[in-house]
Design a protein around this ligand. Structure first.
Ligand SMILES: [Zn+2]
Length: 348
């Protein structure tokens, strides 16, 4: 694919998970450093097993990889090395200068053995170190989980509020639905937590509308997304089902909700049928006036790079090269870091 961006164009990455964003070599070494038994024969097998191939079992495969990477990252040291490595690596490889990294601290504290505050503090240190070394603006999004109890999700939001002025910029929710339950997940129950986060000045972006695009009955997934819009979110992770539901697209456009779309991720998990459908989704949403930004979901796990995501959509005619440049610029503006001063010593 030919490059659509000049090499020195600074990019904005607004949707990347820590569990899928750290290169395999760093993760391999981190596992050994911490004495974690890795269920793979050698480095190569490990590297392949932590990357989603085409035709795997979709979101389940993704969740299996997350379990391993989250285990390796389950200590203050592991989190700091990972956050630092991910932000620095993204700057060197893709020149990403606006970078939001999301993770669930309560999935990295070994079931409560490690202190949640220590985990978040370690992530803050990782951001600080990276912003000292590179001219980047970086921040953290703390994730709740759909399989968590209300109390545990509340504990995550409390940490986000506590570290609000130290690099945490927003909250999110992801993960499988509780006990194999189907959609709809009761997003509306999150209203009190969302309200508290907002009051504290945090941004809100929630995972929704990723599944159901080709489902025989997309109704429950559409319902989830309506509930998320009702919560008054700033952005939505994926939200691609809105391309097939005019009322959803209309509401997103009206309320100025930004969709963070990760094309290669959607293809590799099977959320979207093929390249053509992916291009149609992005084209259709934009034609309906919905604001869209692109992310990778986690470049190492998904096996992609942010620049390749833009090239793919331009190559498929979903965006013109000029629109791609504009979309990236919009990403810098839509970031929860947009109003933050550069904190790094090199960025001033
Ligand atoms: Zn995601």
């Amino acid at each position: 694919m030919s490059a659509v961006f000049p090499q020195d164009l600074p990019l904005a990455e607004l949707h990347a998970h820590l569990g899928g964003g750290v290169d395999a070599a760093t993760m391999w070494e981190l596992a050994h450093q911490q004495g974690i038994k890795v269920p793979h024969r050698d480095y190569w097998e490990f590297a392949e097993a932590t990357s989603v191939g085409l035709g795997t079992d979709g979101l389940d495969g993704l969740n299996r990889i997350y379990q391993l990477t989250e285990l390796i990252q389950s200590s203050p040291e592991g989190v700091e090395v990972s956050v630092h490595g991910m932000i620095g690596g993204a700057y060197r490889s893709q020149r990403i200068t606006t970078h939001e990294v999301r993770f669930n601290p309560a999935k990295r504290n070994r079931g409560g053995e490690r202190d949640l505050d220590a985990i978040v503090m370690a992530a803050v240190h990782g951001v600080d170190r990276a912003t000292l070394e590179y001219p980047v603006r970086a921040g953290l999004i703390l994730m709740m989980d759909r399989s968590f109890t209300a109390e545990l999700n509340e504990a995550v939001v409390e940490r986000a509020i506590r570290f609000r002025d130290r690099g945490v910029v927003a909250i999110d929710i992801g993960g499988p639905r509780p006990r194999g339950a189907g959609a709809p997940y009761p997003y509306r129950d999150l209203a009190p937590l969302v309200a508290r986060a907002r009051e504290a000045g945090l941004g809100v972006t929630l995972h929704a509308g990723e599944e159901g695009v080709n489902a025989p009955d997309p109704g429950p997934y559409i319902e989830e997304m309506h509930q998320v819009i009702d919560l008054g979110v700033d952005r939505i992770g994926h939200g691609i089902i809105a391309a097939f539901e005019p009322r959803l697209a209309e509401r997103l456009a009206e309320q100025g909700v930004v969709l963070e779309i990760c094309p290669t991720s959607n293809l590799k998990t099977g959320a979207v049928r093929d390249h053509e459908q992916m291009a149609e989704i992005v084209y259709g949403l934009r034609a309906a006036g919905v604001q869209v930004v692109l992310g990778t979901d986690g470049p190492e796990m998904i096996g992609t790079r942010l620049r390749a995501e833009y090239s793919f959509l331009v190559g498929r005619g979903a965006l013109s090269p000029t629109e791609a440049v504009e979309m990236n610029a919009a990403g810098h503006r839509a970031s929860f870091l947009a109003d933050e001063p550069f904190r790094g010593a090199r960025a001033g």
